[in-house]
Unconditional design. Structure first.
Length: 116
């Protein structure tokens, strides 16, 4: 089994920053693509950003220029640096990892609340 443990969520004022982390552990040889998704109340889960093993990134339009995804393959960890946060960024953020080609697993989610 593969486990993903997220950390770094919390309450922040508009314009502030947070950094999310997600570490993979368990039985796997390689973690391929990793990504962050979010789900706001009453809305569907949506992709925020993704990164391949060799560092190619993809961002959803609403976060381009504000969020940065990165990873440390030696630690099987993915990060999401979130700057210039807006109230509409409020959601539960989920980590996702491809631990075998075509097979994915999810973290438990971490709450991000942007409010004054």
């Amino acid at each position: 089994q593969v486990q993903l443990v997220e950390s770094g969520g919390g309450l922040v004022q508009p314009g502030g920053s947070l950094r999310l982390s997600c570490a993979a552990s368990g039985s796997f040889f390689t973690i391929y693509a990793m990504g962050w998704y979010r789900q706001a109340p009453g809305k569907e889960r949506e992709l925020v950003a993704s990164i391949t093993r060799d560092g190619r990134t993809n961002y959803a339009d609403p976060v381009k220029g504000r969020f940065t995804i990165s990873r440390d393959n030696t630690k099987n960890t993915v990060y999401l640096q979130m700057n210039s946060l807006k109230p509409e960024d409020t959601a539960v953020y989920y980590c996702n990892a491809e631990f075998r080609r075509g097979m994915y697993t999810w973290g438990q989610g971490t709450q991000v609340t942007v409010s004054s």
